[in-house]
Structures are given as C-alpha cells and as structure tokens.
Design a protein around this ligand. Sequence first.
Ligand SMILES: [Zn+2]
Length: 185
Amino acid sequence: MIYEIRKARDIYHRQTDKHLLDFAEKHGRTLRPEIRPVLLDELEKRAIGQNISTKLEEETLLIREKDIRQLMQFVQNQACSKCGTKNTVIVCSVQRTIGSFVIQWIDEETTALCCLSCRKKEFILASSISLAIGWWSLAGLFKTPAALLQNVLFLVGDKSNQENIARYIIEHYLFYKALSQEKVL
Ligand SMILES: [Zn+2]
C-alpha cells in the first residue's frame, strides 16, 4: 500500500496543472481513500483547484445519516462477529480494561459488534482484569473505578448502545458499505 501511495505521488507530481485538474475532476471521486489525499496534497502544493478539492473533501468524507441508519439495520441481519450465531440481536461491545504495573499502566478500549452473550463474556473478562490488576498504580486507583462504571453503563444503556453501533459503523464505514453492497448483488 505504501508503495502505491509513493507511486501515485510520483505520477501526480509529473502531471501538468491542466492534466491534474482534469483528472481530479473526472476521477477524484472514485480514487481509493488512501490515494485521494495524495492527489489533494499535490493540488494544494500547486495552489490550484481549490474548489475541486473542497468538493471532493465534502463528497467523500461526508457520510449521510440515511446511510448510517441503513447500515445499522444491515448489521442486525449479520451473524455475531465473535461466535457466528445468526438471527440474533447485534449489540456494540465497548469494554475498557485497566492494568497497572506499579508506575506504568494500560488503559485500553476494545469495541466489537457481537451478540448479547458475547458482549457479556467480554464485559466479564474486561471487568475481572481491571478488578484484579487495575488498582496497583496511582493512575490505576482513579482509572479503574471509572472504567468499571463505564463498562456497566455501556452494558445497560440502550441509547448508548445505539450510539456506539453508529460510531462503530462510521469508523468502519467503507467495510460495512462494501459488505452491504456485496450482499445485495
Ligand atoms: Zn456471539
């Protein structure tokens, strides 16, 4: 992937202004997400095509709410990503784990879309690790109760669950968009 980015940068660098502008106008929208910024960089460097860049940025980064809602429905028809169970309610598991090692600590959040029973397992795992090894540093003393509480709130809150699913889909937007299109075709 890095090689392709470098190659694209090299190619764009050699184009004339006119070619580059034409290319951005015609193909900018369909470029892969990791290549598009290379094109935008080159345009910016030359201080040309400001309106094309703005348009591209808006069109390609803006995820419409309608799309998110559709994908939220779509994920409900998917199997659990952890145990593979089908026809089950899919929820967002957000688990924060704290581990303390005297002067160092880890504060880690893991997220996944999965079934209720997998989320419960993840919750028990994260909470028991934090309970066992979260406390043993100064930061851990404060972080551990906060993390335990956060995990409980995410476990019981339906509103936060919907928000977490939406956030998860936005973070993995291209993946779910592609997956949903694959299923339709
Ligand atoms: Zn599951």
